[in-house]
Design a binder for this molecule. Structure first.
Ligand code: MG
Length: 224
């Protein structure tokens, strides 16, 4: 995407979708049909360009029109990703690099580095802290996306008051279990596990004795 970032397209799509369909968020099946429709329109233009190249009788088309339809395909793919709650930027990088790896070519895309919280849920490092944020105004869209994926939220739900709902969500996130853990702790533990399982940087496995000594040192340091 020369001159255009996924983030810019994502933000513009989120804003326009909210204005376009203020009362209802389009479902993933609507978005999927839309993507297939735009892909078909692009293919139809390509068919006509090919027909002209062969000199066969029939209607003609232009590269300008092909550009328009390919643009529709990219815009609709991003709308599908938004509805499904997929990070398209990260997915494109991962898929491109996996294909290069598979066919033995050296071409790689750089991993996207999160810099600032944008619309949607995102974790960044800011002033020595991991900061996780969600735009309160984006909660209706995020909940709608969660319902569409049907993984954890089952059924159809609509956020009617984002500010009130946000307060309830904060209470839920800070809710302590009997042993004093909260959903935030659980979320971090899952992230720690993922890093360990992926052999990520910055953490090593140690012996039980080393672990005990380090735990004691950390507790002493925290108490000081
Ligand atoms: Mg079109």
């Amino acid at each position: 995407m020369r001159g255009l970032t996924f983030d810019a397209l994502h933000s513009a799509n989120v804003d326009r979708q909210a204005a376009w369909c203020p009362d209802q968020t389009p479902s993933l099946s609507f978005r999927g049909n839309e993507l297939a429709g735009e892909t078909g329109e692009a293919c139809n233009v390509i068919k006509k360009l090919e027909r002209e190249r062969h000199g066969w009788a029939g209607s003609r088309d232009t590269l300008e029109h092909l550009a328009e339809e390919l643009a529709d395909v990219v815009i609709c793919a991003d709308l599908c990703a938004i509805t499904a709650g997929v990070d398209l930027s990260a997915a494109v990088v991962a898929k491109f690099n996996a294909t290069s790896e598979k066919v033995g070519l050296p071409h790689r895309l750089a991993e996207p580095v999160p810099t600032a919280p944008a619309t949607g849920a995102q974790a960044v490092i800011k002033d020595g802290k991991i900061v996780i944020s969600i735009d309160v105004d984006a909660l209706p869209l995020i909940v709608s996306g969660s319902c569409a994926t049907n993984e954890i939220l089952h059924g159809c739900w609509k956020v009617t008051d984002p500010a009130e709902f946000a307060k309830e969500v904060c209470h839920a996130l800070n809710r302590e279990s009997e042993i004093g853990t909260t959903p935030v702790h659980v979320m971090f533990d899952r992230a720690f596990l993922h890093v360990i399982e992926q052999g990520g940087e910055g953490i090593d496995q140690v012996s039980e004795a080393e672990f005990e000594a380090e735990a004691a040192r950390l507790q002493k340091e925290a108490a000081a």
